[in-house]
Design a protein around this ligand. Structure first.
Ligand SMILES: Cc1cc2nc3c(=O)[nH]c(=O)nc-3n(C[C@H](O)[C@H](O)[C@H](O)COP(=O)(O)OP(=O)(O)OC[C@H]3O[C@@H](n4cnc5c(N)ncnc54)[C@H](O)[C@@H]3O)c2cc1C
Length: 399
């Protein structure tokens, strides 16, 4: 076992920190204030190869692996948590799912432009009936008509949908067959019948948006089926195994940002003639944050390490996502305590970190659901339905 980052990991981490300082920090406020999608930043990240670390060179990837992806994603999310979304849409849940399940024609057609952010991606699974019960709540249908599929229905909370060119969509080809009736598709948003309506979420700002998405007699050719009919749920589970690498990395970037801001503030803010960092209760907060972030990062690195060895690391990704979400929500609360009222001002990123920590706490496997999954796994309970586990979080290998 080696607990040191390699020279390559460290060099990449330093390079991304420099990128964040030079290419993100000077311009990001303008995007926020103007509520502008940060397309040019994403393009630069794409050109740097940040999204392509887990993709073969034949499709424009850098083959640097999951550990480097986790390191890059943490640094960018610390710079601004909204940019972290891009690691799901441009690296994992959208293009990596196409890489894993697509034909070579599909991979060559969609992946190179997604991982360079020439095209924007999305992942459309959640419906209004409940994100934790993706299969049970799914009402969107895909009906085979001649050589096409005709899609009708709606999705909710779909990030980047108002900017996306391509996406991975899940819909029922056999509505009576439960989760076995779900299929996955690659969609192109410029076809008639697709509409994305941004959801008002002022807590997250409006630089990047999540949307309600509507499909009304939306047609795609049968060549856009991803995998086989009925394989959609397995594809979704597998995609989430990989999304649970970048989501914890994003949470750890947020937690680390809270810690660094808190240390700087605690050393500088004076009360009763001395820096508040001299007070023990402030020190306790800093100590807990330091250790918990390190522990969360170790769980993330374990899951990245296993993925680099070819394992989907379902269990470890779940442990990592769960603990990172507890760590980031707690760190943002601690930062709030340390900053006092100044946490609420736009001068500091504390509320932004807190809101994104809370959002990611719920996304890609809500905490109660992660707890159930981890406990069932620990107890060796195989029949997830018997214990009312939402099927979204059963192992992909169960299907
Ligand atoms: C900003 C944002 C962006 C998102 N982006 C995307 C995206 O791009 N694509 C996409 O497909 N989805 C996306 N989502 C959806 C996200 O994955 C869901 O919000 C998440 O799965 C939770 O679903 P829900 O919000 O419907 O909560 P629910 O499923 O309604 O859960 C509500 C609460 O019940 C708890 N709960 C659920 N089941 C149980 C149980 N059996 N026992 C005890 N407690 C339980 C949960 O832990 C949670 O606390 C996004 C969400 C947000 C907020």
């Amino acid at each position: 076992m080696d607990f040191q980052l390699s020279e390559e990991n460290t060099a990449i981490q330093q390079a991304v920190r420099a990128f964040a300082k030079n290419e993100i920090q000077p311009v990001i406020k303008e995007y926020e204030l103007n509520q502008k999608f940060p397309y040019s930043i994403l393009r630069k990240m794409g050109e740097q190869g940040y999204f392509g670390t887990c993709f073969p060179e034949s499709v424009g990837g850098t083959e640097l692996g999951f550990m480097n992806l986790a390191i890059i994603c943490e640094e960018i999310s610390k710079a601004h948590p909204a940019l972290g979304y891009a690691f799901n849409m441009q690296a994992m849940t959208c293009p990596f799912t196409i890489l894993n399940w697509g034909t070579s024609e599909q991979v060559n057609r969609y992946v190179p432009d997604l991982i360079t952010a020439k095209k924007i991606g999305m992942f459309a699974l959640t419906e209004a009936g409940g994100g934790s019960d993706a299969a049970g709540a799914m009402k969107t249908t895909a009906e085979k008509v001649g050589d096409d599929y005709v899609i009708n229905g709606s999705k909710v909370f779909i990030t980047f949908a108002n900017e996306a060119d391509y996406g991975v969509l899940f819909a029922k080809t056999d509505p009576k067959a439960g989760h076995r009736g779900i299929s996955a598709f690659i969609i192109e948003t410029d076809r008639p019948g697709f509409m994305a309506q941004p959801i008002e979420m002022s807590s997250l700002g409006y630089m990047t948006r999540s949307c309600e998405v509507f499909f009304e007699d939306y047609r795609i050719p049968k060549e856009n089926l991803l995998g086989k009919e009925g394989q959609g749920f397995k594809i979704a589970m597998n995609a989430l195994d990989y999304g649970r690498l970048t989501v914890p990395a994003r949470l750890i970037g947020i937690a680390q940002g809270c810690l660094e801001e808190s240390i700087a503030y605690a050393n500088q803010r004076e009360l009763k003639g001395q820096p508040i960092g001299n007070y023990q209760m402030i020190q306790h907060l800093i100590a807990d944050m330091t250790v918990e972030i390190e522990a969360a990062r170790m769980l993330l690195y374990k899951s990245a390490y296993l993925k680099d060895k070819g394992d989907t690391a379902t269990r470890e990704s779940s442990h990592s996502k769960y603990f990172a979400s507890l760590t980031a929500t707690k760190a943002s609360r601690a930062a709030y305590e340390i900053f006092g009222g100044y946490a609420l001002t736009d001068e500091y990123p504390i509320m932004k970190y807190m809101n994104y920590a809370n959002m990611l706490h719920m996304g890609e496997g809500a905490p109660n659901v992660q707890r159930i999954l981890i406990a069932e796994d620990a107890l060796g309970i195989k029949d997830a339905n018997r214990h009312r586990i939402p099927r979204k979080f059963a192992l992909a290998s169960d299907f």
